[in-house]
Write a protein that binds this ligand. Structure first.
Ligand SMILES: Nc1ncnc2c1ncn2[C@@H]1O[C@H](COP(=O)(O)OP(=O)(O)OP(=O)(O)O)[C@@H](O)[C@H]1O
Ligand code: NI
Length: 268
């Protein structure tokens, strides 16, 4: 077996909340999570809002909120991913496509934002290559974020995040509120990255997006990783899904049209 590119070992993220001057209690955001990602694999992470998906991404990237405490180990390519190593890998071998397009600077043209971190001698050339890869016309580079549509901003986020040197892409909810064509396009870009050898951690609410590109789907609930399911299990009644929560999640989707009554009827 190929060794994993990324290993999470007992990863926990907690927050200390102060109730008054003396009482402090720890709120857990992520609890003892262990997970491996193989080189070139697209692994989807699904879970409801607040289940800890973004914290998981931020823990890997070392960009947790200041009030967070983290424990456990993260190995990248078999070696501990500590703060020092992250500083060199972030933005080169490890890319983050953030959840919100608000992560773009509203006061800077998107072209300049795409060139951040690129070798100044070749930055314009690289920008052109990235723009063409992500279907952005050259003149888009002179525009500001507010002048672009949601779909275009998503493409810009890819262009600002993904470099040729990338080995791990963490995409946090890259398809929110996009119409079907734009979703397919974004998923196509993730697939392309994995075909190029990069591993992709795809965080999403959208089970259909998850199963369209990944072979394994990690299901989070209340900060815990409940189960890692084969994407192929999310079909029909979900009888091949191992964990009852994954089955319930799948069967509850309106698209699947299993009303609770219908479910009883079906399971007879
Ligand atoms: N800075 C913080 N201080 C205290 N609690 C926090 C902080 N950031 C996140 N949390 C809590 O941690 C939990 C997990 O948050 P997280 O953002 O990872 O959820 P998520 O699964 O990404 O949700 P969504 O799908 O809405 O993006 C939430 O209950 C949230 O309230
Ligand atoms: Ni999130």
């Amino acid at each position: 077996m190929t060794p994993p590119l990324l290993s999470l070992e007992n990863l926990s993220v907690g927050f200390t909340r102060y109730a008054g001057a003396t009482r402090a209690r720890t709120v857990t955001g992520v609890t003892s999570l262990s997970l491996d990602i193989a080189p070139g694999e697209i692994l989807a992470v699904i879970g409801a809002s607040g289940s800890g998906k973004t914290l998981l991404a931020q823990a890997i990237l070392g960009i947790l909120p200041a009030n967070a405490t983290v424990s456990g180990r993260i190995l990248f390519d078999g070696t501990l991913l500590d703060e020092r190593r992250l500083r060199t890998l972030r933005g080169s071998e490890i890319s983050y496509i953030p959840q919100s397009v608000n992560n773009l600077d509203p006061l800077m043209t998107v072209g300049r934002q795409v060139r951040i971190g690129l070798d100044p001698r070749t930055a314009h050339e690289q920008q052109r290559a990235l723009f063409s890869r992500y279907g952005l016309a050259d003149d888009v580079g002179r525009r500001y974020p507010f002048q672009l549509s949601g779909g275009m901003l998503r493409r810009v986020l890819f262009a600002t995040s993904v470099r040729d040197t990338v080995r791990l892409v963490i995409a946090d909810e890259p398809t929110p509120g996009l119409h079907a064509d734009a979703v397919a396009e974004i998923l196509g870009h993730l697939r392309e990255l994995s075909e190029g050898g990069a591993s992709v951690l795809l965080i999403t609410h959208d089970i259909f997006a998850a199963i369209a590109v990944s072979r394994r789907v990690a299901v989070m609930h209340a900060g815990r990783l409940l189960t890692v399911e084969a994407a192929s299990g999310f079909t029909g009644h979900g009888d091949d899904l191992r964990h009852p929560f994954a089955r319930a999640l799948w069967r509850a989707l309106p698209q699947n049209e299993f009303s609770p009554e219908g479910e009883q009827w079906h399971s007879s």
